[in-house]
Design a protein around this ligand. Structure first.
Ligand SMILES: [Zn+2]
Ligand SMILES: [Zn+2]
Length: 369
């Protein structure tokens, strides 16, 4: 019974997991769910086994990556209903380009299997949390990661230095082997990378005694990351070549530092614009005043002209967020709220009544209580 769950998901590994990581994940899960064990689970154990059978085999894995379970089982068009549907649609289906599927299956030029083999290490992603103001002005952070570093003993090729190499017994030095894939058109011969020598045609006489042939060693490494001014929540900084190394890799992966920006209760930010609120009294709004407004640069004095209405927005040009990459700074918008007093002293009441009387008499010529 084939499972419908994703094989990578079953083993809890990423799509770019190395054969070693897959093996480790399989062993751990197989131990955990072994039916002989107390709390074991036969169905789960079988599922894990099925996933591993496919992913441990480079050819099956490549097929699975491209076509799912049908690809892994050697029939790219699937069995049962899938196959019938295809056969039925072959003559009349609109816009169905058979050569597309064939090309995809053949890996385009026929060297697809070779292209699929990773030649650079995996990309890594970490997240860091920074303060609101650090995002505005930029900050330096040290990030410690555990990652695959090239083995110093063999310089990443997995061979014991000075022992030389010998011809690969699997491919006889050709670097690739031919496999026959059964399709509804009959067998298709496909050249794939030799799984024993990874296409090199040669294998070490003796594997590296330090990394046991892996070419890489898991190590802790601290990288200093410069987070640029103006970065926003959710953005990532890419550090080229700071990701994982890989055996015989042409390049290392990249490191993505995903930035989480903490909020600040004084400020709101949308892209490069910062906004905040400031309250003024009713009398000050009517008469005009100056207020101190907190900005990311510290307090700034803002002139509130006489007759300012509640909700009026004042723009502090250039007090916003710098553009990543040196673009000019955005603005800070202050929304002024005019506070209506909720409690009045007897004297204030008297004055306001006199004020109201004055206002009313202007309008109507007299004051009626
Ligand atoms: Zn080594
Ligand atoms: Zn070989």
């Amino acid at each position: 019974m084939a499972t419908n769950r994703d094989y990578y998901e079953i083993l809890g590994v990423s799509k770019s997991a190395t054969p070693d990581e897959i093996k480790r994940a399989y062993r751990k899960l197989a131990m955990e769910h072994h039916p002989d064990k107390h709390g074991g689970d036969d169905a789960k154990f079988k599922e894990i086994g099925e996933a591993y059978e496919t992913l441990k085999d480079d050819q099956k894995r490549a097929g699975y990556d491209q076509f799912g379970q049908a690809g892994a089982s050697g029939n790219p068009f699937g069995g049962g209903a899938g196959g019938q549907q295809y056969t039925g649609g072959f003559g009349g289906a609109e816009g169905f380009d058979f050569s597309d599927i064939l090309n995809q299956f053949m890996g385009g030029s026929g060297t697809g299997a070779q292209q699929r083999r990773p030649t650079r290490g995996r990309d890594l992603e970490v997240s860091v949390s920074i303060d609101f103001l650090e995002a505005i002005f930029g900050v330096q952070r040290d990030i410690t990661l555990t990652l695959d570093e090239p083995c110093e003993h063999c310089h990443g090729n997995g061979a014991e230095p000075g022992k030389g190499t010998k011809q690969c017994p699997t491919c006889k030095g050709a670097g690739q082997v031919t496999r026959v894939q059964q399709t509804i058109l009959g067998g298709i011969r496909q050249a794939v990378i030799c799984p024993t020598c990874d296409g090199a045609g040669q294998i070490p006489v003796e594997v590296c005694t330090v990394c046991k042939g892996a070419g890489v060693m898991r190590r802790q490494k601290t990288t200093s990351i410069k987070i640029p001014a103006g970065i926003d929540d959710g953005m990532a900084v890419r550090i080229t070549g700071a990701g994982a190394a890989i055996k015989n890799g042409k390049a290392r992966g990249d490191l993505y530092v995903r930035v989480r920006v903490k909020s600040d209760k004084r400020f709101n930010r949308v892209d490069q614009t910062i906004s905040s609120e400031a309250a003024v009294t009713m009398a000050a709004a009517a008469l005009g005043t100056e207020i101190d407004v907190a900005t990311v640069d510290g307090n700034v004095t803002v002139k509130i002209p006489a007759g300012t209405q509640s909700g009026k927005i004042f723009k502090l040009s250039g007090r916003g967020v710098p553009g990543v990459g040196g673009r000019s700074r955005g603005d800070h918008l202050v929304t002024v709220t005019v506070e209506i007093p909720t409690k009045l002293s007897a004297r204030q009441k008297e004055l306001l009544e006199a004020f109201a009387a004055e206002q009313d008499s202007h309008k109507k010529g007299f004051f009626k209580r």
